[in-house]
Design a binder for this molecule. Sequence first.
Ligand SMILES: [Fe+2]
Ligand SMILES: [Fe+2]
Length: 169
Amino acid sequence: MAVRSAGQGILAEENKEKREEIIGLLTKAYWMEIETVMSYVANSVNPDGVRAQEIVESLSEDVQEELGHAQQFAQRIKELYGVVPGSLEFQAEQSYLQPPEQQTDIVHVIKGVIEAETGAIEHYTRIIEATDGVDWVTQDMVIEILHDEEGHRRLFEGFLREYEAEGLA
Ligand SMILES: [Fe+2]
Ligand SMILES: [Fe+2]
């Protein structure tokens, strides 16, 4: 007996095109998380100085969280009948999170993190819109991840505010 296919919803045969669109969006999200892991590993180790400690600790914790996001995106790509891409397809985009000239330049790191989180927030909002009414499970998952990214951005905005108040940013 043939396996019964999903009668409706995002796994249905007639939703193939929509599914492919969502897989494309999820794949971009997956790469964004992977690159963020790389950037946060580097920026949680490189900074020098007493003032860097808070940033360094916060970014080391975020590495695990962003890695978890990458795994969630990968899992969802699979569930939608997609294939998680191999490393050769990776293309770096985070020019703003490269190591600064001076490793005491914490403001550079803080601004880079805010930029990365803002990019994630924008892209995940796009996924939430694209899945509305057609793929509730992806939408629900991405809403939760969006919540994490908003928390990250808010935390680093707070760090930046402190530097601005002291005339250092
Ligand atoms: Fe993330
Ligand atoms: Fe984040």
